[in-house]
Design a protein around this ligand. Structure first.
Ligand code: AMP
Length: 218
């Protein structure tokens, strides 16, 4: 099961990737999570990436590609993975194909999550994240059991810098300009499936697993 979850910020790719990872015992590989971890640990990569991330811009391809190459070479990815937030540009997609080809594999499916613009804005502006374990909540749609605290590890939840109103617009613009071309890219390669990402986490998960089952991915 080698999957890519594609879609604008706020479509729920990360949440669904967590669910699929737990259900099918495959790792979720999120470049956003890896980058946030690097920022938190103040590694050279993190320090280089921080300003682009805070501004809602993309981190340079070379940085992200190197990070993904290393992560996919780890043993837990040998039987598959769910890529969340990568690739985000055509050059990243081309590099991913090369990395997989060199390892004698290829992608099984690319899932394009589709959610109306209004719903995306509501989801992003109400999102709250755990800086320690990366769990994600929503003030209205998925509130934590104790207000402001992570259900998983008890840490104080935060609003990511890039989930602030001013930055959301920039991220959506970057998505349209640099990432949306991947829809045609993967469609031409007969790898793309569109998925209606609106509605509850549970209903999207049901639709997604039914879609995957249709491709023999169980
Ligand atoms: P995400 O959590 O996927 O929304 O990612 C948060 C931020 O990390 C993005 O707005 C980018 O600044 C950066 N980022 C994550 N994945 C990538 C990628 N594949 N290419 C470039 N930048 C990325």
């Amino acid at each position: 099961m080698r999957l890519v979850f594609l879609g604008a910020p706020g479509v729920g790719k990360g949440t669904q990737a967590d669910r699929v990872a737990a259900r099918f015992h495959r790792p979720k590989v999120s470049t956003g999570d890896l980058l946030r971890e690097a920022v938190k640990n103040k590694t050279p990569l993190g320090l280089a990436a921080k300003s682009a991330m805070d501004a809602g811009e993309l981190v340079p391809d070379t940085v992200v590609i190197g990070m993904v190459r290393e992560r996919l070479a780890e043993p837990d990815c040998a039987n598959g993975f769910i890529l969340d937030g990568f690739p985000r540009t055509v050059p990243q997609a081309e590099e991913l194909a090369k990395i997989l080809k060199a390892a004698g594999t290829r992608l099984d499916r690319v899932i394009n999550f589709q959610v109306p613009h209004e719903e995306i804005l509501k989801r992003l502006s109400g999102r709250r994240s755990c800086p320690r374990c990366q769990a994600v909540f929503h003030v209205d749609f998925a509130p934590p059991r104790k207000p402001g605290l992570c259900d998983r590890c008890g840490e104080q939840l935060i609003q990511r810098n890039d989930d602030r109103k001013e930055t959301i617009e920039a991220r959506l613009r970057v998505y349209e300009e640099q990432t949306a071309p991947l829809i045609a890219y993967y469609d031409q390669r007969r790898l793309l499936s569109n998925l209606d990402g609106s509605g509850s986490v549970e209903s999207v998960h049901e639709r997604l697993t039914a879609l995957l089952a249709g491709f023999g991915l169980t």
